[in-house]
Design a protein around this ligand. Structure first.
Ligand SMILES: Nc1ncnc2c1ncn2[C@@H]1O[C@H](COP(=O)(O)OP(=O)(O)OP(=O)(O)O)[C@@H](O)[C@H]1O
Ligand SMILES: [Mg+2]
Length: 379
């Protein structure tokens, strides 16, 4: 019998069968989109922001609402920002449409709406629509692009949602402030469009939206993405393991969830490996899980270099945080073992929180990079 394909995935955003839970988030996001509300969604890295958007857009959003998910993580110029936004808007207009006649009608209805640009339908291997601008001032080109898009939505009486992922990236572009102001003006004109701004650099993102003197001040509602609950993930994992007739001990899963501090990427990565390795009709126990985690962490040789960049006080603080899994860090034993005073530990924790290496969660601390935490707790 052929082994069913591995049901776990950790190397890209997930949706559909690879996506677990988040029912309440999906419902809330759909309702905000329906109301045309802007959202600012933040959560630490690898916690599932992009996957959630992908899942909502692909599998839950009404087909009448246009959508696009634009990840601007790799951009470094205004031209690239324009190109990414343009590609996103083209995708949202075309959707899944491949019928030539319908695309041709769409092209017709878009003509004349975009200043300084032509709308072209190209038919090569598959038909595609392109907005070709002659504008070389990319501030103006971005304005024209959105004005044209909004005019189309008005004309057709359609709603849309635009998700811009890693939004804090615009701050790093030259004349970033001007771009912030420009996008603010655009987002204000939106009418029936809701924007979802996401990012993992929470401090940067929040500084844009919570500072009275910045253009994005109060432009959207903050949406905090929480962890997927352990019981929900466990049930989801059990069901997938069954496809290869594998069982998992609950305490093996507890260990994984705790070590990974609930991070879904690490959890999927470990289970991917175990699914490959274990024979059908066997059980994944705590020993298997421990070994699997050790193996993943053993590859992380570059953490030595990272560790070396911290002061000794920070190194000790990080070790305490890792070894306690971020819980009850001020106990006397730790302070003595790591030769650090409670006040010094407190101020170093504050500084690590500010620089985003750790986060406060449920009365404890979680690491931005859980693998670094696992590595630290083993040295
Ligand atoms: N709802 C989910 N169900 C199952 N696995 C998930 C879920 N969300 C995320 N994951 C896992 O976490 C990984 C990272 O998810 P994703 O890329 O969506 O996170 P992110 O918060 O956008 O990360 P980054 O900040 O690095 O862009 C996915 O590849 C997948 O393995
Ligand atoms: Mg992402």
């Amino acid at each position: 019998m052929r082994t069913p394909p591995n049901p776990f995935r950790f190397d890209r955003e997930v949706s559909g069968d690879f996506f677990c839970g988040r029912e309440a988030d999906i419902k809330a996001i759909l309702s905000h989109i329906g109301n045309g509300t802007n959202l600012i969604m933040f959560a630490k890295r690898r916690s599932g922001k992009s996957s959630l958007i992908k899942e909502v857009f692909e599998n839950h959003l009404s087909k009448d609402i246009l959508s696009t998910h634009i990840d601007i993580f790799t951009i470094s110029t205004r031209r690239e920002l324009y190109e990414y936004l343009k590609a996103g808007i083209e995708t949202s207009l075309v959707g899944k449409e491949t019928n030539l006649e319908k695309l041709s009608n769409l092209t017709q209805s878009l003509r004349g709406l975009f200043d300084n640009a032509e709308v072209k339908l190209t038919i090569s291997s598959s038909p595609s629509l392109e907005i070709v601008t002659t504008q070389r001032d990319y501030f103006k080109a971005i304005t024209d692009l959105f004005s044209g898009y909004f005019a189309y939505l008005d004309k057709m009486n359609k709603k849309a949602v635009i998700a811009i992922d890693e939004f804090q990236k615009i701050l790093s572009l030259s004349e970033g402030e001007k771009i912030e102001a420009l996008l603010r003006t655009i987002a204000n004109k939106r009418g029936s469009v809701s924007f979802i701004f996401t990012g993992s650099k929470k401090n940067l993102l929040l500084s844009m939206f919570n500072d009275k003197n910045r253009p994005f001040y109060k432009l959207g509602m903050e949406y905090r993405l929480e962890k997927i609950a352990k019981e929900v993930l466990f049930a989801w994992v059990e069901e997938r393991l069954k496809r290869k007739e594998l069982l998992i001990d609950e305490n093996a899963f507890d260990l994984l969830y705790k070590e990974a501090q609930g991070e879904p990427r690490f959890i999927q990565m470990a289970l991917y490996a175990l699914y490959e390795e274990k024979q059908p009709m066997s059980v994944i126990d705590r020993g298997d899980m421990m070994r699997c985690i050790e193996e993943i962490i053993a590859y992380k040789s570059d953490f030595f270099l990272l560790f070396d960049t911290y002061s000794v006080t920070k190194q000790n603080t990080l070790k305490i945080l890792a070894k306690t899994n971020g819980e009850d860090i001020y106990n006397k034993e730790n302070l003595e073992a790591f030769e650090i005073s409670s006040s010094s530990l407190q101020s170093t924790v504050k500084s690590l929180l500010k620089s985003g290496e750790i986060h406060e969660e449920g009365g404890g601390y979680t690491f931005e990079d859980v693998e670094f935490k696992m590595w630290l707790s083993r040295i």
